[in-house]
Write a protein that binds this ligand. Sequence first.
Ligand code: ASP
Length: 321
Amino acid sequence: MTSTGAIRCVRMEPVILVHGGAGDIPDSRVRPKIDGNRNAVQAGYAVLQNGGSALDAVEAAVKRMEDDEAFNAGFGSVLNLDGEVEMDASVMVGSDLSAGAVTVVKDVSHPISLARMVMERTPHLLLAGAGANKFARDQGVPVLPKGALVSEYAKKALEEFKVRGCASTEIGEKNPGDVGTVGAVAIDARGNLAAATSTGGINGKMVGRCSDTSLIGSGTYADNDIGAVSTTGHGESIAKFCLAHAIIKEMEHGKSADKATNEALAKMTEKLKNTAGAITLSRNGEVGVGFTSQRMSWAYRKGGEYHYGINKGDHNVEKIN
Ligand code: ASP
């Protein structure tokens, strides 16, 4: 990597871009995701508008979606084969490539904030399972009662999974339950980039399964010299392809955020025969959105405009006064 990751002293138009997961999203989940993405963008943009950092903005946006049952993160996460929620999250800051992550963490409302604590308060990159939960307790993070993050929808989805016996990140009436990892990328007024991603993983996963979302370079990446990326989709494929970093490399070689995102996704899907999606911001605040799955909810705010979509070819724009 040639990056110096330097802190930038420029005046940028701040941007926050979020996703609510890639997959075969059933029609019944479309509206909740569009609304949830809007709330997340509002939370993140409020931080940026008040002169806050890209890191604070992506954390605020992801926390909002972790609280929202419409997404597969925090409350409403999909369940493992034992019927438990085990969550993964990661965060990265573009100014110095600092990063933090947690995997297989239980009973905390906001895994993304725990990932940030790993970044800011430990010498490590990734804490797993019991160790991540011990760290949460040591940091005074409230521990929820067992089962507090389990939604009725997730229980039903696991039951269906057990009957059908097939694992998929493609959600839909056929394989309900994998209701969408969440992610956010932002650039603040000083030109600093950050990325954050959080997930409950895959419905019916084995106990202890780690996802791409906890892996820097697969689920999340940010470098002030190039851009910031958050991914979603078939985790094992994303991890094998190092999807977030593959997009960053394409941008480093001169491609726009949108071209880099769509070309890397197409290559991953061609090689590994599974689908994914990603959101990307370049160092200049250009937006990239792509998915090889049937749907992915996404939204962003830049200046006085709010942009969003969920189906292929969607690009709705609203003026904000
Ligand atoms: N990438 C996530 C995982 O495999 C799932 C998703 O993005 O929907 O755990």
